[in-house]
Design a protein around this ligand. Structure first.
Ligand code: GLP
Length: 240
């Protein structure tokens, strides 16, 4: 595990964007796993800036997203599908045919999950971005998730529903389930970048760096990954 300390959110976003530029330049046909939530928003803004400066070319990049609420319409403003197009995919030259997303509208979620696993098997993820929930979830693998879990339908924890409801102001009620890549799916990525920022993530980073692997803190499963880079706000590593 490599730890890169950052002093600010801006520095985190810029450093990860520079890392991305090198990775995509080195492998233009790279397959990237994207995450949602607040943490990666600054990164996506930086990637759009670099694209406009012609420093990044997404035309051959393939994408998979970690998770999606279920059920939710893709066009719903709170879907992760909508989040990705609004914050990145509609602003760069990614080929829409190369975008893979778990479908929150699918009628047969089991088939949807099996199909997604197959697509990932056929296009292994070279670089997976992750944030972490305050309860240590990665994707929507909540506490209690198994290390060998694959893409599946999950129940969201009360904590996640409460925290993520901040995005569902005055619209549909936040779904209490989601489709998510599993822990095993995530760990199959060749390289993982974990972005951690915000004082409410202190326990999560501690469980990764100091704790033992523990399914109550799913982020701790990343300790077993051979190529994990953690970009973390400096203050989260202080003793206090
Ligand atoms: C959501 C997403 C995760 C994300 C987490 C943290 O539940 N499913 O992929 O990492 O919340 O989000 P934030 O960056 O907003 O704290």
């Amino acid at each position: 595990m490599k730890i890169i300390k950052v002093k600010s959110y801006g520095e985190l976003s810029r450093k990860v964007a520079d890392f991305f530029t090198d990775e995509i330049r080195g492998n233009p046909k790279i397959t990237i796993g994207f995450a949602t939530g607040e943490t990666p928003l600054g990164l996506y803004k930086e990637l759009v800036k670099l694209y406009k400066l012609k420093k990044i070319d997404f035309s051959k990049v393939k994408s998979f997203n970690l998770d999606e609420y279920y059920p939710i319409r893709r066009k719903d403003k709170n879907s992760f599908y909508n989040y990705m197009f609004k914050n990145l995919f509609d602003k760069v030259n990614i080929n829409k045919r190369n975008i893979n997303f778990l479908n929150g509208e699918s009628k047969d979620f089991e088939k949807e999950c099996l199909d997604y696993e197959l697509r990932i098997k056929n296009n292994p993820i070279d670089l997976q971005i992750l944030g972490v929930g305050i309860n240590g979830h990665i994707g929507f693998n909540e506490p209690g998730s198994k290390e060998n879990s694959k893409t599946r339908l999950v129940n969201l924890s009360k904590e996640t529903i409460r925290r993520n409801s901040r995005f569902f102001k005055g619209s549909i009620k936040i779904p209490n389930k989601a489709l998510t890549m599993g822990i095993k799916t995530i760990l199959s990525s060749k390289k993982i970048i974990l972005l951690i920022y915000g004082k409410d993530k202190k326990k999560a980073i501690k469980s990764l760096i100091k704790g033992k692997i523990n399914s109550e803190w799913p982020v701790s499963f990343l300790k077993n990954h051979k190529d994990l880079i953690v970009f973390v706000e400096n203050s989260l590593l202080s003793k206090s």
